[in-house]
Design a protein around this ligand. Structure first.
Ligand code: PLP
Length: 368
């Protein structure tokens, strides 16, 4: 049996409705921003319960735009985590600031107990990540940020469809970034991203900056860049957005079966806790496994496309050399990087495929 990680061939097997809208776009020739982009921004703002959504061409640009909007620049420090995708930290460096890492907790999220120690007089912002589609303790992070006069940018790239006690991830921070990369719960046929904010002033600035700082065709008020979302992708996003609640619901059902099966392997597999009131999106279904590398090879040999997100924490990457970190600085992140594995758990996986995955894991451990 094959258990594929990639769900895109299934997800985009029927694209007639998307193509019908693309034809409307072609007839309208509204190829930069325009009504399809505006429609999607409104739909997404409504979906997450936020005042403004400013779409961008990537999630990385969304992070850069959000950081710039809240005034992060050279000389500033931004607190984030060493277990995330490169883009989170790359965006901090791209705006000229210095990333400061704090360790993660047993749910692979920013450990709030470490934040206060990392705050210096240069700290401008906290950048928590909704890693894997689970969420850090956003209410506590906001409280801490308010106490120290810091801004918060959420990396909510993996979080569309999540929930934190009735509030959507990406609506807590001052300006929050989203990605529509193909392997995100809200995805397009290429790249896309957005920033969400409830702040009118930040929203106006971001709309302007992502479009050359233009007020109109002949005037600009600031020096901006082009970070615009393609209308072709805005159309895809509008269609996919309608499917997000169902996608997340199915992934949550898959999680329950996987969690239950893996918990039977206590001592060999550690499943993260699932706190009450938090709905995860399972952009990544992750757990920690004894003999992870050998198990992963075994699973791949048996057709199960397991992955690692990621084997090297960011403070130990070559790119982080100048930041002055060393092995041992973030023991939890370093330990988990050696143990963590992602199993296919997407919306097109069948119960049989989940059973097959669980049986294969058990068989691996049984062989000693
Ligand atoms: C946590 C996280 N942040 C940022 C990004 C960057 O998004 P993009 O690829 O759209 O630039 C990604 C994914 O690609 C991500 O997983």
């Amino acid at each position: 049996m094959k258990v594929a990680y990639n769900y895109l061939p299934m997800q985009f097997s029927d694209v007639d409705k998307i193509i019908a809208d693309w034809k409307k776009l072609v007839r309208s020739t509204e190829f930069t921003l325009g009504p399809f982009v505006e429609r999607f921004e409104k739909e997404f703002a409504e979906f997450i319960g936020c005042k403004h959504v400013i779409s961008t061409n990537t999630g990385t640009d969304a992070l850069i735009l959000a950081l710039k909007a809240i005034g992060v620049g050279p000389g500033d420090e931004v607190i984030s985590v060493p277990i995330t995708f490169f883009a989170t930290i790359g965006a901090i460096v791209a705006v000229g600031a210095r990333p400061v890492f704090v360790d993660i907790d047993d749910r692979y999220q920013m450990d709030i107990d470490h934040i206060q120690k990392a705050i210096t007089r240069r700290t401008k912002a906290i950048l928590p990540v909704h890693w894997g589609g689970a969420s850090p303790a956003m209410p506590a992070i906001m409280k801490l940020a308010a106490k120290f006069g810091l801004k918060v940018v959420e990396d909510a790239c993996m979080a569309p469809g999540g929930d934190i006690r009735g509030k959507h991830p990406g609506t807590f921070g001052h300006a929050n970034a989203w990605s529509m990369h193909p392997l995100k719960p809200l995805n397009v046929m290429g790249d896309g991203g957005m920033v969400s904010t409830n702040d009118n002033g930040l929203a106006d600035w971001m709309r302007m900056y992502r479009n050359h700082g233009m007020i109109d065709r002949d005037h600009n008020s600031i020096w901006g860049v082009n970070m615009r979302l393609q209308p072709l992708q805005a159309i895809v996003a509008s269609h996919v957005l309608k499917t997000v609640p169902k996608t997340v619901a199915i992934r949550n059902k898959n999680m329950q079966i996987l969690d239950k099966g893996l918990k039977k392997l206590a001592g060999l597999v550690i499943v993260p806790s699932r706190p009450e009131g938090y709905r995860e999106t399972f952009s990544l279904y992750m757990a920690r496994f004894k003999k992870r590398d050998a198990l992963m090879q075994y699973l791949i040999k048996h057709g199960i496309e397991a992955k690692i997100h990621y084997p090297v924490p960011l403070h130990l990457q070559k790119a982080a050399k100048g930041l002055g970190y060393k092995q041992g600085d973030f023991p939890v992140a370093e330990k988990y990087a050696k143990e963590i594995m992602t199993l296919p758990a997407h919306q097109y996986i069948s119960t049989d495929q989940i059973d097959y995955t669980l049986k294969a894991i058990k068989a691996f451990y049984m062989q000693g």
